[in-house]
Each structure stands twice: as structure tokens, then as C-alpha cells.
Write a protein that binds this ligand. Structure first.
Ligand code: 13P
Ligand code: SF4
Length: 304
């Protein structure tokens, strides 16, 4: 406790000295979320990274998120407190592999989930997050074939919602793809009156059991506004901190205890402080890649 409050104080002081802003994804540890200026889903964090007037952005999340911030705000210092916090799903597609696929389907529009590297974004046409994927796909002319990378589960969800056939990449999130229908059914038996809230990175058969499907922020909003009191949660455990904070008197049950992303948990308060102290590790993107990747992110941000 004492250590946490000391670190929190140090971080607040350093943040002022550096004119820094701390962005945290909702999957971060509770104490990290508590020092953040902005907590949100991938889309909100991208928007904030693009518009902040701070000199330094401390990104408490995973590598592709900090990289997106570097693409959107090239004049700022972008710090990723734990440099090794990656996203295994983002690593499931490389620029070379995508290049080969594009050769096979030269007319196709490539929709890249933001969970991709800058190099992959540079080879793609438009980005999306789980919050806007349906809208992004709907914004593409109907006669154009679509390659959706890298999440086959989100891709299947969007294809279903939009009734647009898409070529799906063979990628997935280990954390969400692990959730089974048996686990959700068991949770429903235990809490029969609970509503089931599922992230679209889960498998289609798990998504089919949901009362509501959305990005992390979308799920929090739904829980807040719903008249229900109990919810089964099919997304990463870090979201529970915001759910309990924002929905007093309501109860939340994780669909399975395995809903933990080790990469999201790699960032600690110690590391946030060290990052601000040393102004390291910094995330940068080479200018040629950055320019192309920015076009891909900008096209997404332009779709309302
Ligand atoms: P959202 O917060 O955009 O729903 O993203 C989920 C995720 O898995 C990020 O890594
Ligand atoms: Fe990647 Fe899944 Fe972790 Fe998000 S929760 S960072 S998609 S592995």
C-alpha cells in the first residue's frame, strides 16, 4: 500500500516535470489505471494520442498501441514502460506475408485491426478497432473484396454483422480465443439472471452466447446503462476495475479465470516511474513506414 502511494506520488511529480500524459488501456493493472490521465479502449486511446498537447505520452498498454501513438504524434516522445509488452496476435501477420496475400488478391481492400505492427499498417488500406470495425467495413464500396487482418474472430463477427464476405487472416488473441462455450454455459448456470457481455475477439460460438458484444468501452457503457445487476464478462480481467468503479452495486463474474493477458499485465507502477525518470524506452517509427501507416490510421479516424 505504502509503496503504491509513494510510487503514485513520484509518478505525478515526474509527469508534471516532463509535461507528460499517461494513457492506459482498461486491461492494465488497477494501480496503473489509477495513475492514468485517460483510460480507454484502443480507439479512444488512439484519438487521444493524436490530439494531446503534452510533450510526452506514457503508453500503458502493448507495443502496437505505443507505435500507433508514435505514428499519430511523431513530434512527441512516446514511452512504453515495459518494452517487451507485445501482442501475440499482432505478431501473427508480417508485412511480407501480407504482401504475398495482396498479390493473390490485387483488387482487395486490406482492413487492418489496430493490433498490427507499423510495417503491416503501412501495407494496409484502412485500420479499425473493435469499436468501429463494423462501420469501417460498411464504409468500403460493396464491389470491393476485403482482406481482414489479423483477427479471424473479430473478422467473422464483422462479416456476419455486415453480411459482407471477407477473406479472414488466420490470427487470434490467445487470451480471448481460449474462452469456451462450456465455460460461458457453466457461468450462465451459476448466475442465471446475469447478462453475458462478450468481446468480439472471442470465438464465434462464444459470441453467439452473448447478450451484448462490443469493445471494452462499449461493454462498460452497456453495464452502466443496463437495468440488470449481474454480468458475466468475456474479456480481459483488467476491465473489472473500471466495471466496479463505474457501476456501484452491480456484480461481475469473469467467464473464465484464464481471461488474463500477460502482456497487458507486464506494465507495473515501478516501470511507469522508471520510464518517466529515464525517458526510456522510447518507441519510434521510421519516417517512410510512418507516413504510410499514418494514412491507414487517418482513414480510420476520418470515418465517423
Ligand atoms: P479494445 O479495448 O479496443 O476493445 O481492444 C481489445 C484488445 O484486446 C486490445 O489489445
Ligand atoms: Fe493482444 Fe489479446 Fe493481449 Fe489484446 S488481450 S494485447 S489482443 S493478446
Amino acid at each position: 500500500e505504502d509503496k503504491i502511494s509513494q510510487l503514485t506520488e513520484d509518478i505525478k511529480r515526474l509527469k508534471k516535470e516532463r509535461n507528460a500524459i499517461i494513457l492506459a488501456h482498461v486491461y492494465q493493472r488497477p494501480e496503473v489505471q489509477e495513475v492514468a490521465d485517460i483510460i480507454g479502449d484502443s480507439l479512444e486511446l488512439s484519438r487521444r494520442a493524436a490530439t494531446t498537447d503534452a510533450d510526452v505520452i506514457v503508453f500503458c498498454g502493448v507495443h502496437f498501441m505505443a507505435e500507433s501513438a508514435a505514428i499519430l504524434s511523431p513530434d512527441k516522445v512516446i514511452l512504453l514502460p515495459e518494452e517487451n509488452a507485445g501482442c501475440p496476435m499482432a505478431d501473427m501477420v508480417t508485412a511480407e506475408e501480407l504482401f504475398i496475400k495482396k498479390k493473390e488478391m490485387p483488387e482487395a481492400i486490406v482492413v487492418a485491426y489496430v493490433n498490427t505492427s507499423a510495417e503491416v499498417k503501412a501495407e494496409s488500406d484502412i485500420c479499425c478497432t473493435s469499436a468501429n470495425a463494423v462501420k469501417i467495413v460498411q464504409s468500403i464500396p460493396e464491389d470491393k473484396p476485403i482482406i481482414f487482418i489479423p483477427d479471424k474472430n473479430l473478422g467473422a463477427y464483422v462479416a456476419n454483422k455486415t453480411a459482407r464476405p471477407m477473406t479472414l487472416w488466420e490470427g487470434w488473441c490467445n487470451t480471448h480465443d481460449w474462452v469456451t462455450t462450456e465455460e460461458v454455459m457453466k457461468a450462465k448456470e451459476t448466475y442465471p439472471e446475469a447478462l453475458v457481455l462478450i468481446h468480439p475477439e472471442c470465438r464465434p460460438e462464444v459470441v453467439a452466447l452473448a447478450d451484448y458484444v462490443s469493445s471494452t468501452t462499449g461493454l462498460i457503457k452497456f453495464a452502466k446503462e443496463s437495468s440488470a445487476k449481474k454480468f458475466i464478462i468475456g474479456t480481459e480481467a483488467g476491465i473489472l476495475h473500471q466495471l466496479y468503479k463505474q457501476c456501484p452495486g452491480k456484480e461481475f463474474y469473469l467467464a473464465t479465470k484464464r481471461l488474463v493477458c500477460p502482456n497487458m499485465k507486464a506494465t507495473t507502477l515501478d516501470k511507469v516511474k522508471e520510464a518517466l525518470d529515464n525517458m526510456q524506452p522510447q518507441i519510434t517509427v521510421a519516417a517512410d513506414i510512418r507516413e504510410k501507416a499514418l494514412a491507414c490510421l487517418d482513414r480510420m479516424l476520418a470515418v465517423q
